[in-house]
Write a protein that binds this ligand. Structure first.
Ligand code: SAM
Ligand code: SF4
Length: 331
């Protein structure tokens, strides 16, 4: 078991398989000028399997594959099949923008993928172009349908709320959960690795979600928070097929229950998504013990919490934030 200095048990590894993406969401990547890792710098699938074998020996049970956009990396189903076969790995999920999911959902399910989170910030095609800086709403919708048909549920929809951009769609997203088994997760825009000014202009605390839910006038109930099941606070409208949840990393720190480490596509273990510290796994490849040692070190240097909220109040922070963009971390 990997327990850190604060007694948090880590059993969840988020693995980014690429920093490339077929969209350019404005909260994640710049429109132009992004420098991508050369394919030779990415961890090979063999290397990822080796790292996960070591992690599984330390008690890691759940994996999430992310990116960049993970479905742009060829043969992802092959990787998932290999990871699922590792002793101790119980669940594999995927975070995707859904653009390529319609084509791949069935193969991913067959390979052993358990479920997907699909990112969707708007239900309006022209607004999709504004946020993602590319078209593709129809493709994403087809991806959501295909994921349902392939049995990749419960399907979560990740919706980053942006002030003045999609806040008027909260009720439409809430209604999605009424008659479809979709679990909408509203997420606060995090100030990770890029222009503060844009974040300050568009960050929206999630209080408006509960206001919108109440305005719908439908009876609703809180869902029990499941241990190890992520930082979201979940609700359902009575009798609804799906649910909605709030993830507020900025306004309400969720670090006390953090159970995850992150592995970047270029092979760095990140103890916390906010801070600069990371450990390169490449020199440890070839030795199970050396990889395990790195995981233990990642646990040992993991900070108690991030300090994203400091930016809301213009307070100073205690350490150096990462310069990585979210697309280079994986969310
Ligand atoms: N491309 C995939 C996708 O969009 O689902 C996976 C990678 S993406 C970096 C993972 C998640 O991070 C997405 O749900 C995305 O909305 C979220 N994300 C990216 N930048 C963010 C930010 N600055 N604040 C909050 N969430 C962010
Ligand atoms: Fe790509 Fe996902 Fe970042 Fe959007 S959030 S630019 S889809 S990596």
């Amino acid at each position: 078991m990997l327990s850190d200095r604060f007694g948090r048990i880590h059993d969840y590894l988020r693995i980014s398989v690429t920093d490339r993406c077929n969209l350019r969401c404005l909260y994640c990547m710049p429109e132009e000028g992004m420098e991508f890792a050369d394919s030779s710098e990415l961890l090979s699938y063999d290397a990822i399997v080796e790292v996960v074998e070591a992690a599984a020996e330390l008690g890691f049970r759940r994996l999430r594959i992310t990116g960049g956009e993970p479905l742009v990396r060829p043969d992802l189903d092959g990787l998932i099949r290999r990871l699922k076969a590792i002793e101790g790995i119980e669940e594999i999920s995927l975070t995707t923008n859904g653009m390529l999911l319609a084509k791949q959902a069935a193969a991913l399910r067959q390979a052993g993928l358990d479920r997907v989170n699909i990112s969707l910030d708007t239900l309006d095609a022209s607004r999709f172009r504004l946020i993602a800086r590319r078209g593709g709403l129809e493709q994403v919708m087809a991806g959501i349908r295909a994921a349902g048909e392939a049995g990749l549920g419960p399907i979560k929809l990740n919706c980053v709320l942006l002030k003045g951009i999609n806040e008027d769609e909260i009720k439409s997203f809430l209604r999605l959960s009424l008659d479809q088994p979709l679990h909408v997760r509203f997420i606060e825009y995090m100030p990770i690795g890029h222009a503060d000014e844009q974040w300050r202009k568009t960050y929206l605390p999630l209080t408006s979600v509960m206001e919108a839910a109440r305005e719908l006038g439908l009876p609703m109930s809180p869902l029990e928070r499941l241990e190890g099941n992520g930082p979201s606070e979940n609700w359902t409208f009575d009798g609804a097929a799906g649910s909605f949840g709030l993830i507020h990393p900025v306004s309400d720190r969720f670090c006390t229950s953090c159970n995850r480490l992150r592995l970047t596509a270029d092979g760095n273990l990140q103890p916390c998504l906010y801070w600069v510290d990371e450990l390169n796994v490449k020199p440890a490849l070839g030795s199970r013990e050396a990889i395990k040692e790195l995981f233990l070190r990642a646990g040992a240097i993991k900070p108690e919490n991030h300090e994203m909220a400091a930016k809301l109040h213009d307070e100073s922070i205690s350490h150096t934030p990462t310069a990585r963009r979210m697309s280079q971390i994986g969310g």
